[in-house]
Design a protein around this ligand. Structure first.
Ligand SMILES: *[C@@H]1O[C@H](CO)[C@@H](O)[C@H](O)[C@H]1NC(C)=O
Ligand SMILES: *[C@@H]1O[C@H](CO)[C@@H](O)[C@H](O)[C@H]1NC(C)=O
Ligand SMILES: *[C@@H]1O[C@H](CO)[C@@H](O)[C@H](O)[C@H]1NC(C)=O
Ligand SMILES: *[C@@H]1O[C@H](CO)[C@@H](O)[C@H](O)[C@H]1NC(C)=O
Ligand SMILES: *[C@@H]1O[C@H](CO)[C@@H](O)[C@H](O)[C@H]1NC(C)=O
Ligand SMILES: *[C@@H]1O[C@H](CO)[C@@H](O)[C@H](O)[C@H]1NC(C)=O
Ligand SMILES: *[C@@H]1O[C@H](CO)[C@@H](O)[C@H](O)[C@H]1NC(C)=O
Ligand SMILES: *[C@@H]1O[C@H](CO)[C@@H](O)[C@H](O)[C@H]1NC(C)=O
Ligand SMILES: *[C@@H]1O[C@H](CO)[C@@H](O)[C@H](O)[C@H]1NC(C)=O
Ligand SMILES: *[C@@H]1O[C@H](CO)[C@@H](O)[C@H](O)[C@H]1NC(C)=O
Ligand SMILES: *[C@@H]1O[C@H](CO)[C@@H](O)[C@H](O)[C@H]1NC(C)=O
Ligand SMILES: *[C@@H]1O[C@H](CO)[C@@H](O)[C@H](O)[C@H]1NC(C)=O
Ligand SMILES: [Cu+2]
Length: 592
């Protein structure tokens, strides 16, 4: 069957009409009688999502790409804190699929986390899987994306988590809320790009454009009509829900002549602070307040993003822009100039390699740490880990010519171990006691051969391979130092941990000093998040409480580094109490 025909076929329409959203009304009378707040289980959300091919044109290139429900970017999910989500994903394309709900804690529901071969086998062509999970203790913006190969280049969309009904934001209610999701557009098929790079050992081709809500904007050839426009009224406050879903690039973002107030990152409130420019890495989300000018400014303003690049390879150095346009109200005397003729201002963004800006910006992020939203930073540490993260090489096979450094193949590693993906899901292997031959439970807690991590790199850049995991008893309090290396060049790596938020208790440049640096750790109001940039040529210290049983992936969110092996996983064992155990797997869990 030609899937391209699906949108007009009766089968598609039938399934589409079956998709529905049920918002169960809160039982006010029961509340009044029992005086118990039972918001957490009330609202149900069911959505049927079809993964299908869709032709999309950008930059005058039309290509058929994998989408959810034919939409690019994908549909948004809107839920409240405490809601249970049931999301049925049906795969109508030839590729294997899995979807990750990025940043959702997945308390005891690891089967719904989504990374292929970690918590589930992929959903094969023609198969369905219902992701079933509850949102606990999170409010803000997250996103969903494919978690297999490079399919997240077109399979992504916002997750908007509103506070519980009747609970206000800890800031003035915005007039309107707008998701701003960044992506990368490739004229070629990203699956072909990464497959070819893995064959040759060289770096993959870079994207042709960045996008805002799927649109590259007027600074690219043949793209002016594909420009995101944000129409605003004067004197109002807008909440922008920013998401970086780009594959391989951290981004600087700013709006000309406007200051942004950061209020929430990775679905956790922060102490508000003003900035003209944001830094947002792939995997991070940031809610900002945009206060519009009190009167119509008779001007339009670019809202632009450029990459923050620290690596040595080639990269997409282009600029994506949307346009902030002020609407005229009835009362305003209409300007004689039409909006198109108004002056258009551009934001001043930092140089592409501005690491000091990155350090300044990240040091401003602090948890709200209020009575209502406390920062529960682990004060004592049970287990300490020191992980180096960075690039390396693998040998070229004898009969091949490789395009990596000096004829080798590019690799990336944690503690010099490049992770080898298993052919079955790790969570199943763990849960059913069948880990033998699937994974090794002894991941090195520090580099086997210490060296000057940010000094002159060692001559031998070869990595080891393996599928090794860290096993932690339930409720272990973990401190992890992640240290960038200068092997093949220092580079910022946005590390993402599944299943947990962590607190960023310290960061610095050079090599982490275990004697001096811990004295400066912030254990009072460090930012809590799920993705942190390991500074280029530096280190970051995080703490988290391993209170969520399951197998949890941790990896660089630059997809190319994940492909090269910059990934590992943590096994958190069940606790003693019944509510401290991983739930049994759902009946429809895909099989390998
Ligand atoms: C996409 O475009 C190709 C070539 O123009 C066409 O054959 C195909 O039917 C289109 N697919 C869809 C889903 O529109
Ligand atoms: C979703 O998970 C909950 C908790 O495990 C379970 O009680 C419920 O039956 C599941 N729902 C569906 C539709 O599978
Ligand atoms: C925008 O900023 C530029 C310089 O940064 C300034 O010259 C201009 O007057 C400003 N325009 C408006 C409408 O604020
Ligand atoms: C982007 O990179 C290309 C090729 O390396 C270079 O020619 C161009 O000047 C760069 N553009 C910017 C804006 O840095
Ligand atoms: C950033 O790039 C500029 C020009 O490309 C260069 O002069 C400067 O040394 C670079 N800065 C850093 C910190 O690498
Ligand atoms: C970083 O902050 C310091 C002190 O606040 C300031 O002196 C410096 O100019 C800032 N650097 C950048 C690049 O913003
Ligand atoms: C290299 O040789 C191996 C074993 O003979 C073979 O399987 C492989 O296909 C060859 N690779 C290339 C690129 O020729
Ligand atoms: C590649 O080889 C050159 C010269 O042999 C050497 O200077 C350089 O360090 C090597 N680079 C890597 C990444 O091995
Ligand atoms: C590590 O290398 C850096 C940069 O070359 C150097 O400044 C530092 O002294 C070295 N540290 C040690 C312990 O050798
Ligand atoms: C690395 O290689 C250089 C030149 O080949 C050599 O002088 C140096 O001693 C080597 N360093 C180590 C640590 O082996
Ligand atoms: C690691 O795996 C890569 C690719 O699978 C292979 O080329 C390389 O030889 C392996 N390295 C070691 C040390 O086993
Ligand atoms: C899809 O996944 C299954 C199960 O892991 C695997 O056997 C199969 O080779 C995969 N197919 C493709 C096209 O990758
Ligand atoms: Cu990385």
């Amino acid at each position: 069957m030609g899937f391209s025909l699906l949108p007009s076929s009766p089968a598609f329409l039938a399934v589409f009409l079956l998709s529905f959203v049920t918002w169960c009304l809160h039982p006010e009378p029961i509340l009044a009688i029992t005086r118990h707040y039972k918001f957490d289980v009330c609202v149900m959300f069911f959505r049927s999502n079809i993964v299908m091919l869709q032709n999309v044109t950008r930059l005058c290139h039309t290509k058929s790409m994998v989408t959810v429900n034919g939409k690019f970017p994908g549909p948004r999910i809107v839920a409240r804190e405490g809601d249970r989500l049931l999301i049925k994903v049906t795969n109508h394309v030839q590729n294997n699929i899995s979807i990750h709900w990025h940043g959702i804690r997945q308390l005891r529901s690891g089967w719904a986390d989504g990374p292929a071969y970690i918590t589930q086998c992929p959903i094969k062509t023609g198969q369905s899987y219902v992701y079933n999970y509850t949102i606990v203790g999170q409010r803000g913006t997250l996103f969903w994306h494919a978690h297999i190969s490079w399919l997240r280049s077109s399979l992504y969309g916002p997750i908007i988590i509103l506070p519980k009904l009747g609970t206000p934001y800890p800031f003035a209610k915005p007039y309107k809320e707008v998701p701003i999701i960044f992506g990368e557009w490739f004229n070629a098929d990203p699956e072909a790009i990464i497959n070819q790079a893995m064959q040759t050992g060289g770096g993959p081709n870079v994207s042709d454009a960045y996008t805002i809500n799927g649109l590259p904007g007027p600074l690219y050839n043949c793209s002016a009509k594909d420009t995101f426009k944000l129409k605003v009224k004067p004197g109002k406050t807008y909440l922008l829900r920013m998401i970086n879903a780009a594959l391989n690039d951290e981004l600087f973002f700013g709006i000309a002549n406007h200051t942004l107030t950061v209020v929430d990152v990775d679905a956790i409130y922060v102490k508000p602070f003003d900035t003209d420019t944001l830094l947002i890495t792939p995997g991070q989300t940031t809610n900002v307040l945009l206060k519009t000018k009190p009167h119509h400014p008779n001007a339009n303003f670019f809202m632009s993003a450029i990459p923050y690049m620290t690596g040595q390879g080639t990269f997409d150095n282009s600029t994506v822009s949307g346009i902030l346009e002020y609407e005229y109200s009835h009362k305003t005397i209409q300007s004689s100039r039409s909006p198109k003729k108004l002056p258009l201002y551009k934001p001043n963004l930092p140089p592409l390699n501005d690491t000091s800006f990155a350090a300044n910006f990240t040091s401003k992020l602090r948890s709200l740490a209020s009575a209502e939203f406390p920062a529960n930073v682990p004060q004592k540490v049970d287990r300490q880990f020191f992980f180096t993260v960075g690039l390396g090489t693998n040998p070229c096979s004898k009969n091949q010519t490789c395009k990596g450094p000096n004829g080798t193949r590019f690799a990336a590693s944690i503690n010099n171990l490049s992770f080898v993906m298993p052919t079955t899901a790790l969570l199943q292997a763990h849960h059913f006691g069948q880990s033998n031959g699937v994974y090794n439970p002894i991941f090195p807690i520090s580099p086997l051969i210490p060296f000057n991590y940010t000094g002159t790199p060692p001559n031998n850049t070869m990595v080891r391979n393996g599928t090794k995991l860290v096993v932690l008893p339930f409720n272990t309090s973990v401190e992890l130092i992640m240290q960038d290396t200068s092997i093949l060049g220092a580079e910022s790596h946005p590390l993402h941990l599944h299943g947990f938020n962590f607190f960023v208790v310290g960061q610095g440049f050079g090599n982490f000093d275990p004697k001096k640096d811990p004295k400066n750790f912030n254990l009072a109001d460090p930012v809590e998040r799920n993705t942190v940039g390991v500074p280029s040529g530096g280190w970051v210290a995080i703490r988290f409480l391993a209170d969520n049983p399951g197998v949890w992936f941790m990896h660089c969110h630059l997809e190319v580094h994940t492909s090269w092996g910059l990934k590992m996983a943590w096994v958190v064992l069940d606790g003693k109490l019944p509510n401290q155990k991983l739930l049994p797997p759902p009946a429809d869990l895909p099989k390998c």
